[in-house]
Design a protein around this ligand. Structure first.
Ligand code: HEC
Ligand code: HEC
Length: 487
């Protein structure tokens, strides 16, 4: 077993001091006196996050302390001393053994494919998006785990998206999923009491997810659902819209990119062993480490609107903004969605087994923090009912985005989680001015190219766009380029 201390973190520039002091405390509480780690050794995560800090409602001081730890984790260039590598496990979300150890531990295709989260998420700042060179090859990882070709028959190639405002996105999804569950509940009760088939319109926060037909015997027909799974849980993360929470994504990413396995999924509870990947390192990522990593992502400030611009740009952007609505872009890229509460609970309520859920780990480590404690929260506007308006330019819904004629975005051969291959979740456009290249594969270099590539459900709107004159198109570009990330 490793024994680690705080002296050894050459890579955590900028955050070394506070993390180190805090780490020293955790070390004093958590480890044996045998201090076998030298300051020059290669562990990026010398101590685990202090779980005691994560209990209950966090005050601002604790929140900021955990932010430092979370940022350190996001920036950590993990090493074999930390547990990098998964010689006998694949990148699959469900713990899956390899048949034999991989020939090469690092492989651009099946992973390990990076040292740190921030190796990819760094444009225009840590937590941001990535260039084409940081693309990930997403596969279910059940077989051919060490595929060594980028041919699309083995994996789906995805460009790195940014995480600014991700906490707000997850909160919106949770509130919407809760409302959809209530609508189903009310429909069930009505069908039972009237003895007649009841149709429920699944509209939440103004977004329409189709209909449920509920029979008096309790059978629910899901044939008319749109853009959501039959469990009615909105999965706002990944460009496919198949991942429920920052927590679930982080546990997946730690394993896929780094072979760092989180206890909550790869530990004894689900796998019966504390070294599932057989790399001789146990307890690679603790529950509290995941919580700190989630906390840092969930509290990232949302993108903003650039106003310090020449008058000609401001004028063009104003015209483009109007045109954006006129030609129906806002049908999917909804300017704002209203959020009732900024209080973020982690672990969250919506996850599937294999990711910690609220209350699952007993009384400890059920953390609650109010995003309103953060300076950026005061920038959010409110509606007449006092709800926070989240300016995401999205709808958290999946749409068909390719057709026979306009097919560039229908370029994947493998369906992920049984979502049709030509279906993707509406990209949130906040921050789009800072995150070129575009499209889920990051292979479109201009806004004109990605907008013109919209087919399927967006075809009508795209056709109108394509016929606009050059000034009108340029106005829309001017508008979109004001939606920036300014850390
Ligand atoms: C090799 C590049 C790479 C590394 C390393 C990486 N990511 Fe990502 N990340 C991506 C890509 C690509 C996507 C988009 C995936 C998709 O759409 O299927 C993504 C998406 C995400 C998302 C979902 C964002 C959204 O809005 O859909 C989260 C959360 C995330 N990453 C967190 C992490 C964390 C935490 C780590 C480190 C443990 C990490 N990533 C490491 C490339 C990377
Ligand atoms: C039917 C819903 C829908 C409509 C209407 C729509 N979009 Fe999109 N938009 C999407 C989806 C889905 C994606 C993700 C495409 C992909 O897979 O890369 C997207 C992606 C984008 C992107 C790229 C985001 C990125 O990070 O790369 C831009 C820019 C964009 N849309 C602008 C527009 C504009 C401008 C219009 C109006 C002409 C429009 N969209 C109309 C659904 C829609």
């Amino acid at each position: 077993m490793r024994t680690l201390n705080c002296n050894n973190q050459p890579l955590l520039s900028g955050f070394t001091l506070s993390f180190c002091l805090y780490g020293a405390v955790a070390f004093a509480q958590a480890s044996e006196p045998n201090n076998s780690i030298n300051p020059w050794d290669d562990a990026a995560l010398p101590v685990h996050t202090d779980a005691a800090l994560l209990e209950g409602e966090l005050d601002k001081t604790t929140l900021l302390k955990l932010l430092d730890q979370g940022e350190a984790l996001f920036n950590a260039a993990f090493t074999t001393q930390d547990g990098v590598g998964r010689p006998m496990a694949t990148q699959a979300i469900i713990p899956t053994k390899r048949k034999r150890a991989a020939r090469e531990e690092f492989s651009r295709t099946a992973g390990l494919d990076a040292s740190a989260c921030s190796s990819c998420h760094n444009q225009p700042a840590i937590g941001g998006a990535g260039d084409f060179v940081a693309n990930v090859f997403v596969s279910e990882g059940f077989q051919l785990a060490d595929f060594d070709t980028t041919d699309p028959q083995f994996s789906n190639e995805r460009n790195t998206n940014h995480l600014f405002g991700a906490g707000l996105v997850e909160l919106l999804a949770r509130e919407m999923s809760t409302e959809l569950a209530k609508l189903r509940q009310t429909g069930l009760a009505l069908a039972r009491s009237t003895g007649e088939t009841t149709t429920v319109d699944l509209v939440t926060k103004g977004v329409n997810f189709g209909k449920l037909d509920i029979h008096p015997d309790g059978v629910v027909s899901t044939k008319r659902l749109e853009g959501i799974d039959t469990d009615l849980i909105i999965k706002p993360f990944s460009q496919k819209g198949v991942i429920t929470s920052l927590r679930q994504f982080s546990v997946n990413a730690l394993n896929h990119h780094h072979g760092m396995q989180a206890n909550e999924r790869f530990g004894p509870r689900w796998t019966g062993t504390d070294d599932f990947d057989e790399d001789q390192v146990t307890n690679e990522i603790s529950d509290a480490d995941v919580s700190a990593l989630v906390l840092w992502q969930a509290t990232l400030q949302p993108p903003t609107v650039e106003t310090d611009l020449p008058a000609s740009w401001t004028a063009a952007a104003a015209r483009g903004s109007k045109k954006f609505d006129e030609i129906g872009c806002n049908a999917c890229h909804q300017r704002t969605l209203p959020l009732d509460s900024l209080v973020f609970a982690d672990p969250g309520p919506m996850d599937a087994a294999g990711t910690l859920r609220t209350g699952e780990n007993g009384a400890t480590n059920n953390t609650v923090y109010d995003l309103a404690l953060l300076d950026w929260a005061s920038r959010l506007e409110k509606d007449a009912q006092g709800r926070w308006l989240v300016p995401l330019f999205g709808d958290l819904k999946r749409h068909v985005i390719a057709d026979n004629k306009v097919d560039h975005l229908g370029n994947e051969l493998l369906s992920q989680r049984f979502v049709e291959r030509n279906v993707f979740m509406t990209s949130e456009l906040w921050g789009i001015g800072s995150t070129a290249p575009y499209g889920h594969r990051g292979d479109l270099t201009t806004l004109v190219d990605i907008i013109s590539a919209h087919g399927g459900d967006a075809r009508d709107s795209r056709d109108v766009y394509v016929k606009l004159n050059e000034t009108e198109k340029s106005d829309i570009t001017a508008f979109l380029k004001t939606l920036v990330i300014k850390p």
